[in-house]
Design a binder for this molecule. Structure first.
Ligand SMILES: [Zn+2]
Length: 160
């Protein structure tokens, strides 16, 4: 069932979606429908994020600092912008494990050699922001938002 585009904008569209979803879910609960596939999760990409993405000017400055003085200074610039404590970047693949490229643990972001790139750094920085701001977020949501945050900060960059 397609979601109708309503003139009143995104809010109305979400309202419509929620009522449709409720209808389908009710049918499922009443055994009138064999399965129920929630579609609202698919909308969350466009949903407002808990942590605001900095302006273009700030994002460009971040990239400039990164080019001139490297990743640690660039991350320091952003944590300064957000008014939180610094996040330390540590290049140590053994700390990462699980076949991952990077991980975050209490103010320290660990990276493998291969994993040390702008995208992963901004992704881990998001975890640091969540930690520093003491936000309560489900792990899956946090991972999704961290990717989204990195994509938004590095907007227009095909190479990370
Ligand atoms: Zn992550």
């Amino acid at each position: 069932m397609p979601i109708p585009r309503v003139r009143r904008g995104e809010h109305q569209e979400i309202e419509t979606l929620i009522s449709e979803e409720t209808f389908l879910f009710t049918k499922y609960l009443r055994d009138e429908k064999p399965t129920w596939q929630p579609r609202i999760v698919a909308l969350s990409y466009g949903a407002p994020m808990l942590i605001r993405v900095p302006s273009k000017k700030i994002r460009e400055r971040f990239l400039l600092v990164y080019e001139l003085w490297g990743c640690q200074k660039a991350v320091d610039f952003l944590t300064g912008y957000y008014g939180i404590r610094r996040m330390m970047i540590v290049l140590d693949g053994r700390k990462v494990g699980n076949g991952d490229d990077a991980c975050y643990d209490e103010r320290v972001a660990y990276f493998t050699k291969r994993g040390l790139n702008k995208f992963n750094i901004v992704h881990e920085l998001y975890h640091h922001l969540v930690y520093a701001k003491d936000l309560d977020m489900a792990i899956r949501k946090e991972e999704k938002e961290a990717d989204q945050f990195a994509r938004k900060i590095l907007k227009g960059r095909s190479r990370f």
